[in-house]
Design a protein around this ligand. Sequence first.
Ligand SMILES: *Cc1c(COP(=O)(O)O)cnc(C)c1O
Length: 435
Amino acid sequence: MSDDDIYTDALHAGQEPDPATGSRAPPIYQTTSYVFDDDEHAAELFALEGEPMSYADAYTGKNIYSRIMNPTTMMLENRLAKLEGGIGCMTTASGMSSLDLATFLLAESGDNIVTASALYGGTYTYFTHTASRRGIDTRFVDTLDYEGYEEAIDEDTAYLHAETIGNPALVTPDLERLADIAHDNGVPLFLDNTFATPYLCNPFDYGADLIWHSTTKWIHGSGSTIGGALVDAGGSPWDEWGYEEIAEDNPAYHGVNFAERFGDAAFTFAARARGLRDLGNQQSPFDGWATLQKLESLPLRLQRHSDNAMAVAEYLEAHPAVAWVNYPGLESHETHDNASEYLDNGYGGMITFGLAAGYEAGKRVCRETELASLVANVGDAKTLIIHPASTTHQQLTDEEQQASGVTDDLVRLSVGLEGTQDIIDDLDQAIETAS
Ligand SMILES: *Cc1c(COP(=O)(O)O)cnc(C)c1O
């Protein structure tokens, strides 16, 4: 996507003036249900006839019930699908519920998930303690160990998973290589694109099949609204790969075979008619509306987040009290080359670093910042800081902390949109006191 297209699509994709009222802004359709023309019309919609829930049209007049589809959230879904270059999108109540929606469709008891080990803490716990309760085993592979992925995948693997900018070391794996490994073994590549957003990375260009987002983070960007999105590239060979929920006669939907019926959009239709319908984890119309407002300025914000973070990373790298800095934009970063290949426009808003004085100093620096807030969130317009070992990751065992890359001294910084020098000055006084 060219830079200009994303500025236009962030404002216009998926939305037209409201056909009923002419409203230029997206209306909030706060309704549970929709009046059918008559009983035959109702029967057709339930039979998925006439392509209801079309991803191409938010105003289909073919809506059934807001657990399955809603015109406000569908505008957001259509916009995100366009920004990612996908065929369809489902927005969900949170990022975690998008992960769960995909897992529900792709994996059943006895299957396994193969994932990069550089992961958001909540994703790690979902795999180890939630998917496991449903009989789904997870195999963690060192994020850059491509042979390790090959070895871990077997005939029961449901999907290969990784983050485009992985927590907490901010590593970017070779995405094309991951896609090849997945496809050679007949499984989809499923990527968490939260830290990059579609402004920095379009994983479908590199072979990914599915993408998920915590829209809670940069896509909304003001720290007011929890949400998630699951985006479908379209056209993955679900039939050939043997995914029964998608490509066999589905007894849960009176025998519909989504692959036969909906072709390239099979996953999207299955995720909506099977997943959202039975899991009930859809996004609310109000939250969808709030996220649509903020998505309009995504390109402007992500550019500024990236520019500010680059300046802060360079400042930290030059500071004598700082032992190490992880920022994908620095040449010293372990996957700077992959990041430069797969990310456009910049390297995102996240930095991790360690102070030479270690654990206590890491805790202290978070207490001493005034502009940066001590918060368990990232991707806010305001700068945020946290010391994971004593907070978000405190419940993990030492081995689990080690495996997830959270060292004792690690400080996580989500660089906001404030004045660049103000962010640096704030860190400067905090580091001085803490060291
Ligand atoms: C926050 C986050 C999630 C989980 O999203 P929620 O909206 O909090 O459920 C998943 N992945 C990454 C990378 C995140 O930062």
